[in-house]
Design a protein around this ligand. Structure first.
Ligand SMILES: Nc1ncnc2c1ncn2[C@@H]1O[C@H](COP(=O)(O)OP(=O)(O)O)[C@@H](O)[C@H]1O
Ligand SMILES: [Mg+2]
Length: 259
């Protein structure tokens, strides 16, 4: 049986006094790929940012399981840990934000080093970057170039590579294919699946390409106005008529078929 790696219970969170997430429960098991879908503005980015301490939590808690220490509170109203703190606690996680996810004026190498947060990990950088260049040879070739010179697809690769620097057990990705042409988007999704399959990394993915990402995922959640409207094995979500019509872009097709 698989074990949960991250658990978020009854999450209420938002900005200032604004509640965006209104009581959400989600979990990610070890070596599992989970996709969160939902309309624009439903709170997908807010939810995943809450998990890693980038958005204020009003209520509920987020725990991460550590082999030795058991369940660790990472987000509660009393204490919210930032991503770098969580990593320094020895729980590596990777996060790729939705937008502006590379530092354009820094070189590829400097961008990758940012993924380790702390300078004293400089020696670790060489070990990690060598491993990462095996999956991203283009980054090695252009290591001293500024990130601003990379294409959209290459920037997205760099953002992913940076998130992989601390050798994460959990990788959280916010619309990693948003700016990519369809063939590059498929390549990116395949790369993400391969990280799960070969490196055993758990994946939490927010995707606009909802149907495709569910096809590749183990489980999914549908987030609507800050609440989980549906959840389950990805196959079940994909086969539910209501979900297909409302969230998987099946409506136009259906109407065409009917009339
Ligand atoms: N920094 C912020 N300050 C205030 N409101 C925000 C902020 N970021 C997002 N919101 C609001 O939170 C809601 C959910 O946004 P978001 O989590 O980005 O949705 P999604 O990722 O599903 O498109 C929206 O109404 C948005 O306007
Ligand atoms: Mg978003």
């Amino acid at each position: 049986m698989t074990k949960a790696f991250l658990r978020a219970e009854n999450i209420v969170s938002g900005y200032g006094k604004l509640h965006v997430i209104n009581g959400a429960n989600i979990h990610i098991d070890e070596r599992e790929m989970v996709t969160v879908i939902g309309p624009n503005g439903s709170g997908k980015s807010t939810l995943i940012k809450t998990l890693i301490g980038l958005v204020k939590i009003f209520d509920g808690r987020v725990t991460i399981r550590d082999e030795e220490r058991g369940w660790l509170d990472v987000q509660t109203r009393k204490r919210q840990m930032k991503p770098d703190e969580i990593i320094r606690e020895g729980i590596p996680l990777g996060y790729v934000p939705q937008l502006n996810n590379v530092f354009p004026s820094l070189t590829i190498e400097e961008n990758l080093k940012m993924g380790l947060f702390v300078k004293k990990w400089d020696s670790y950088y060489h070990e990690r970057s060598e491993q990462i260049f095996e999956s991203f040879p283009i980054l090695r070739e252009r290591i001293n170039q500024r990130a601003s010179l990379l294409s959209g697809g290459e920037r997205q690769m760099l953002a992913l590579a940076r998130a992989l620097m601390p050798a994460p057990k959990l990788l959280i990705l916010d619309e990693p294919t948003a700016a990519l042409a369809p063939n590059l988007a498929e390549e990116m999704l395949q790369l993400i699946v391969s990280l799960k399959n070969t490196a055993g990394i758990s994946i939490l993915l927010v995707e606009q390409r909802a149907k495709r990402s569910l096809e590749l995922s183990d489980r999914g959640y549908v987030l609507v106005t800050g609440m989980i409207a549906a959840k389950g094995p990805a196959k079940e979500l994909l086969s539910e008529d209501k979900i297909r019509k409302l969230y998987l872009g099946d409506r136009a097709k259906k109407e065409k078929e009917v009339g």
